[in-house]
Design a protein around this ligand. Structure first.
Ligand code: SF4
Ligand code: SF4
Ligand code: FES
Length: 254
């Protein structure tokens, strides 16, 4: 192997038929994992010199905004579009970088997974704000700068799935909606217009798969690439869910 080369070792294949395959690639400064995958796509020849099927992965924005390129890089969940090869080689002292698909989502092929469950969970908790008729209602109440800062941080979620991958409570059989969905419920409940539908977000979170499934291990907040305060969101929504359950019990008005 040439001194300036490195190896991308990829866990690839289809459900039930996964295997490791290695590709030797030239190294250059500023190269990301996706650059390496594009090199393979141009000439999909493995380390044994055999021409193979091009590796499949997903990408969109290439600037850590869409979340679609997320995978395990050296076993850690992150976005491959911003993962620099040189950092991994420097940090591990090895010129082998491993790539694998997330394990908590259905596998499509190679590094591509199906994140639909996250979008379905958002639907379950009414993860949007009703704007119908709001134009005629004029300006809503002012949002303080402190509230705006918290909401901005929550709004940077890109549904990338890193927190799902890191959460010990998430598995293929689990109904848990997961930390990202809980945090989005907090975001929309904090909005002056969104508040009007807060019970539609809180009630599903009282049921199986809701907030009580969280084991408070805090892995989610460790792995979130946007540093979203997920455990704060879980605590805030936990309190809101408790209040909503009292409202429902005593049939207080909203
Ligand atoms: S909360 Fe963070 S880790 Fe989870 S999906 Fe959103 S951006 Fe990704
Ligand atoms: S704090 Fe809750 S949601 Fe976050 S990783 Fe732990 S169990 Fe999962
Ligand atoms: S391609 Fe959009 S986050 Fe990487």
């Amino acid at each position: 192997m040439e001194e300036k080369n490195y190896i991308l070792k990829i866990y690839r294949g289809t459900p039930g038929d996964q295997y490791w395959e290695e590709f030797e690639l030239p190294r250059w400064e500023g190269e990301t994992v996706i650059c390496g995958l594009m090199e393979i796509q141009k000439s999909p020849v493995n380390r044994q010199g055999k021409r193979v099927e091009p590796v499949v992965w997903e990408q969109g924005c290439l600037e850590e905004v869409c979340g679609s390129c997320s995978m395990l890089v050296n076993g850690y969940p992150r976005q491959s579009c911003t993962a620099l090869i040189e950092n991994y080689i420097r940090d591990t002292g090895s010129n082998v970088v491993t790539l694998a698909p997330f394990t908590k989502f259905p596998l499509i092929r190679d590094l591509m997974i199906d994140r639909s469950q996250m979008f379905e969970s958002l639907k379950e908790v009414h993860g949007w704000i009703e704007t119908e008729g709001s134009r005629e209602m004029g300006f809503g109440p002012l949002v303080s700068q402190g509230e705006q800062e918290v909401m901005y941080s929550l709004a940077t979620c890109m549904t990338c799935g890193c927190c799902t991958e890191g959460c010990p409570q998430m598995n293929k059989k689990s109904e848990f909606v997961g930390p990202a969905t809980i945090s989005q419920a907090r975001l929309f409940n904090a909005h002056p217009t969104g508040k009007m539908q807060r019970k539609d977000r809180l009630r599903p979170l009282m049921e199986e798969g809701g907030i009580s499934e969280c084991g408070n291990s805090q892995n989610c907040v460790e792995v979130c690439p946007k540093n979203i305060p997920l455990t704060d969101s879980i605590a805030v929504i936990g309190r809101e869910v408790t209040l909503q359950s009292f409202r429902d019990l005593f049939t207080f008005s909203d």
